[in-house]
Design a protein. Sequence first.
Length: 130
Amino acid sequence: MESIENLSPAELISRKIVELGDWRGETLERMRELIRDADPDVVEEWKWRGTPVWEHDGIICTGESYKKVVKLTFAKGASLPDPTGLFNSSLDGNVRRAIDIPEGEQVDASAFKALVREAVALNSARKPPR
């Protein structure tokens, strides 16, 4: 068996999806594909002892899996327009916003990709010039 230290963040995320082995893995995989579609230059990271993280000039969002939901937390979600109301969790915070996806629920793909693009644009706008 391959040592976890030798795996790339993308490989670790793929492994987690497989290890979940149920609707949570399928949901995380679908959302990962939507993130990659929305931003082909996204960088996948593995942080905080096993959390998939998608970055572009800063964190876009994290993907956590819990017993009853897959949670996508947008690092600067409170600053993002959400015209379709995808954010349904962590709504009281000043910075983050999250989307909780329970079993059987489908997130609107085009609205989600638009949200990812908005997060990338916000990160890029805040990036200090070189």
